[in-house]
Design a protein around this ligand. Sequence first.
Ligand code: PGA
Length: 248
Amino acid sequence: MRRKLAAGNWKMNGTAADLAVVEDICKAHKGAGVDILICPPATLLSRLTDAAGDVIAAGGQDCHAKDSGAHTGDIAAGMLADAGATYVILGHSERREDHEETDQDVREKAKAALAAGLKVVICVGESLEEREAANTLDIISGQLAGSIPDAVTGETLVVAYEPIWAIGTGKIPTLDQIGEVHDFIRARLEERFGAGVGRSTRILYGGSVKPGNAAEIFAVSNVDGALVGGASLKAADFSPIISALEDS
Ligand code: PGA
């Protein structure tokens, strides 16, 4: 009942030349049995939407909590939608760290995104210190409670579990550790939003997903796809990850 999702987060990478990746993925995965999303820098959103047709959805990497106004350099959710985005990533650990975003900030941004008709990919995840201190589930619980607004549905909410120490490092948690957190997130969502929303919300794993580890990660319970950083920048890496998700 949950349609799987392969999401690419290009972060601060990509110019027009990189739209070739989008074209290659489109050719290779036309009619895919999973949803495919790429979140490029905002400068590429509308061109990516043109190149992606109906094969790949486009998403932003952040939005402002307000609709408009004197906020130099920021982008409103409605502007992302206007440029062709249907999703937005919110609360990525790099935003939480580089821009000191709090759970409350993420929640306000998510409300604005939902009001603009976007689906939200809300990121949660523990630091290495928190994992080593056996605080992972407490941290995740607090981030879920604080960052997700009340007005979500299984259609509009995606949660991404991204252990901070696994992002861009080549390290991933054990499959048991991934399963434990994903089962926990599912249980918390069901508790707060009821079985309907809780069971239909997609939960992605993110952090050093590569062609070589994708299949084993996708076999873990309650893993409905991946949020992929570095490996989404090349079709030769992202495409086998999408295929592994289709086969899972
Ligand atoms: P990575 O990044 O795949 O490069 O580890 C994942 C992310 O930050 O979303």
